[in-house]
Design a protein around this ligand. Structure first.
Ligand code: ZN
Length: 273
């Protein structure tokens, strides 16, 4: 066999380079296919949870001034979703979507995925999908786990339902070669520790992406997860002045081949706890 192929190459010099190209392609490390476009330094994803009122009244207009993207993970948070001093109306959610922001799924009733069976979880997902469809918004492709609680079964369901990315907590940068696309870690901006948040943002380099989880600015529904407006504005200014690229979670599809990542990366639930 060896003699045969050597002879083949000698008689077909033009084929040699082609063979060499194939050899190179097949010997590249496995992650080369997960990353389809190099991840630039200073890539930050903004995500906003729970459909709270200040996302429409304050956050959306401010992001627009800066030209930043962002993902709004919406739900009908019980018991007082109808209280519009606390939560956005669907009309406001629709307007955010029409402004170009990503509207994404946080379940209908903010139920932790590890407390639901598959049928319930699908129902919770489909409710938000239906609302988006009704309002002329794109079908959600990103998911955020209520209270960051994950579950192996939920991961399977998200794939079946056609989701691209799902976000957890974990206070670490997202390494697309290591972190499963349905266990994307994030840093919370809750509280007044500006130094902690800026230090987190600075980790967006060397192939890693920083995803921020932000609740209300302020949060009139759950004041303990407030990010003060002055600090939020300072973070946005910092991102702007230091030339960060600020995008929505779904925009990571430009850089990451999700199908490959789902095939090659084992979900590691401990890593992001
Ligand atoms: Zn939530």
């Amino acid at each position: 066999m060896y003699a045969l192929s050597t002879k083949f190459l000698q008689n077909n010099p033009s084929k040699i380079s082609r063979v060499l190209v194939y050899m190179c392609l097949f010997s590249l490390p496995a992650f080369s296919q997960i990353i389809q476009k190099p991840i630039p330094d200073k890539l930050v994803v903004l995500t906003f949870d729970d459909a709270v009122s200040t996302h429409a009244t304050y956050v959306g207009p401010l992001l627009r001034e800066y030209g930043f993207g962002g993902t709004f993970f919406v739900c009908e948070f019980p018991p007082d979703f109808e209280d519009k001093s606390k939560y956005m109306s669907w009309k406001q959610i629709q307007e955010l979507g029409e402004m170009g922001f990503e509207i994404a799924n946080h379940t209908k009733t903010h139920t932790h995925v590890n407390t639901m069976d598959k049928a319930q979880f699908v129902e919770e997902l489909e409710y938000i999908e239906y609302k988006c469809q009704e309002l002329g918004l794109d079908k959600p492709v990103s998911f955020a786990y209520p209270a960051y609680d994950t579950d192996p079964e939920a991961i399977k369901t998200l794939e079946e339902q056609g989701y691209q990315f799902a976000r957890v907590g974990g206070s670490q940068a997202y390494d697309p070669k290591v972190n499963h696309p349905y266990l994307i870690p994030s840093f919370s901006t809750t509280g007044v520790d500006k130094g902690r948040v800026l230090k987190a943002i600075d980790q967006a380099k060397d192939g890693k992406i920083v995803v921020l989880t932000i609740h209300g600015v302020p949060d009139y529904a759950h004041d303990w997860v407030t990010t003060p407006p002055k600090l939020f504005e300072a973070y946005m200014q910092y991102l702007h002045q230091n030339d960060y690229k600020v995008i929505a979670l779904r925009d990571l599809e430009r850089y990451i081949n999700v199908k490959e990542a789902l095939k090659k990366i084992e979900p590691d639930f401990e890593r992001v706890k």
